[in-house]
Design a protein around this ligand. Structure first.
Ligand code: HEM
Length: 491
């Protein structure tokens, strides 16, 4: 691919040499041609059903976007995205895909896009899952409740930093003790349940201010309750990979009712109401929320955002470390040993770990935990990709698929390859302008006026600590994203 106007040539050592970050506002060096958006929505009912099968079954999400991008010779095109038909008849699956860093950027511009109820496109799980309320993530910035709830969450994270660290370390001790015991007894350790238990205990204490061990039911099965509640909301939108056509028939054809998890949700609600009262009261007294709004949003932030996000990302991070064959473990361990040694881990100590940080950022680039982002055009406007301009009509739904966007060859050199050192040094750090996992650039600021994830900084920081913890504890670790097969203790 040739470089776009305004972008440096491919011969430069970094694609971003002294370039300002992309912006939807800055005009390109040369005017770009106006193009009709390629692609179509096909026949009513048939187009959406074909696209759904192509997305979930024939190709899978990654190839679905890649192949169409190649077919249309464009990073911007029209397509349908599931869920569609038969019981999602009220849902409009028509979207405009935006698949390069420049066109994707429009999704962060709150002047241009409306984020009301578009977390999963035109489909939204029943509000019964969240106490008949629309939680923060479904609110547009023009809605007054958005600022109140977002500031509440930002405040929680600010206040909880000390607890965050101590709880993370204490629960990592439990997690890896459990893993070692399983390896000794059975030769390997499954990761999923112990990791989720660790995450649930640590995040509940850090975010809700409530210790799950005070309630045996929550301590034992809180994480599984959140899993079920989460799964029912997102099942129609994700590929699981079970035998087709069963996945299409049973998982993607209708929305599961809240009634199936009502009991679980009530237990979690009561737990937060009783044990998280101090945080709930802050939501009420300092941020003007009702008690119900504070509790349902706390549960959503805990369960969907934090627990859901980390449950998706950490197995990938562990898998990237444990299955590595390029010697990255040795390099990471060396850096941790040289810069921290056996001193206590904290947020300050990981700030010097350049390689660990770059490794985490590269893992986030190639595996953005929330792959799809949407935004509805607030007005008619012109959308720019690297090489063309397109007319967008008010009300049209833009959809970015991040795993493809993060392989933009005009921004990332050799974009398909995992390069642990990619984000190191001055030029590497500039690339953080284009790391979008948090629904905004990694160099951006999370505020009440945008929709960037409030966990933008704490998520990478927690991941740096996680990697540093592993290499303080182990000389080497083997396995995959789902199990650990061997560990060699640090000397
Ligand atoms: C690996 C972990 C996480 C991932 C991958 C993640 C990802 C995201 C993404 C992609 C969005 C934007 C969704 C959209 O509008 O399309 C988002 C929003 C949000 N996230 Fe996170 N997140 C994570 C952790 C957290 C944590 C730890 C918190 C707070 C404790 C949090 C709280 C929120 C909230 C409240 C929003 C809504 C923001 C708004 O409406 O302005 N997230 N997150």
């Amino acid at each position: 691919m040739s470089k776009a106007p305004g972008m440096p040539s491919s011969s430069s050592s970094s694609p971003l040499t002294s370039q300002p970050p992309l912006s939807t506002a800055s005009p390109p060096a040369m005017p770009l041609p106006l193009r009709t958006i390629p692609g179509s929505y096909g026949w009513p009912l048939l187009g959406p059903i074909f696209d759904r099968l192509d997305y979930f079954w024939f190709r899978g999400p990654a190839n679905f976007f890649k192949k169409r991008m190649e077919k249309h010779k464009s990073t911007v095109f029209r397509t349908n995205l599931p869920p569609t038909w038969p019981l999602f008849l009220g849902i409009n699956p028509n979207v405009i895909a935006v698949l390069d860093c420049k066109s994707f950027l429009h999704l962060f511009d709150m002047e241009i896009v409306d984020k009301k109820n578009v977390l999963a496109g035109d489909y939204m799980p029943s509000v019964k899952f969240t106490g008949n309320l629309r939680t923060c993530i479904y609110l547009d910035t023009s809605e007054p409740q958005h600022a109140k709830i977002k500031n509440f969450v930002i405040d929680i994270l600010k206040r909880s930093s000390t607890v965050w660290l101590t709880e993370l370390k204490a629960n990592l001790d439990i997690l890896f003790d459990t893993i070692e015991t399983s390896i000794s007894a059975k030769g390997s350790a499954r990761l999923s349940f112990p990791l989720q238990k660790c995450l649930f205990n640590f995040l509940t204490t850090a975010i809700v201010g409530a210790d799950p061990t005070t309630d045996p039911t929550i301590a034992d099965s809180g994480y599984a309750m959140l899993d079920r509640w989460l799964a029912l909301q997102i099942l129609p939108t994700i590929k699981i990979g079970i035998l087709q056509p069963f996945e299409e028939i049973f998982l993607h054809s209708f929305a599961y009712p809240f009634a199936l998890v009502r009991g679980d949700y009530s237990k979690l609600y009561n737990f937060v109401e009783k044990h998280g009262n101090e945080v709930v009261q802050r939501g009420v007294n300092e941020f003007g929320l009702t008690k119900e709004e504070a509790i349902h949003n706390l549960l959503f932030t805990l369960g969907f955002n934090a627990f859901g996000g980390f449950s998706a990302f950490l197995p990938t991070l562990i898998g990237t470390i444990t299955s590595d064959k390029t010697g990255i473990q040795e390099k990471l361990r060396k850096e941790v040993k040289e810069k921290i040694g056996s001193s206590s881990l904290n947020f300050e100590s990981v700030k010097d770990l350049e390689l660990v940080q770059s490794f985490v950022h590269e893992t986030l680039r190639l595996n953005p935990p929330v792959p799809l982002q949407y935004g509805r055009a607030r007005k008619d406007f012109q959308l720019s990709s690297h090489d063309s301009v397109y007319d967008i009509k008010k009300g049209e739904l833009l959809c970015g698929y991040q795993p493809q966007v993060m392989k933009d060859s005009k921004v990332f050199e050799d974009p398909e390859s995992f390069k642990a050192e990619r984000f190191m040094g001055e030029k590497g750090r500039e690339l953080l302008n284009y790391l979008y996992w948090s629904n905004g650039p990694q160099t951006g600021s999370t505020t009440e006026s945008n929709k960037q994830c409030p966990g933008k900084d704490i998520v990478p920081l927690t991941s740096f600590l996680f990697v540093a913890y592993i290499f303080q504890r182990y000389e080497s670790i083997s396995g995959s994203s789902s199990s650990i097969t061997a560990v060699e203790k640090a000397k």
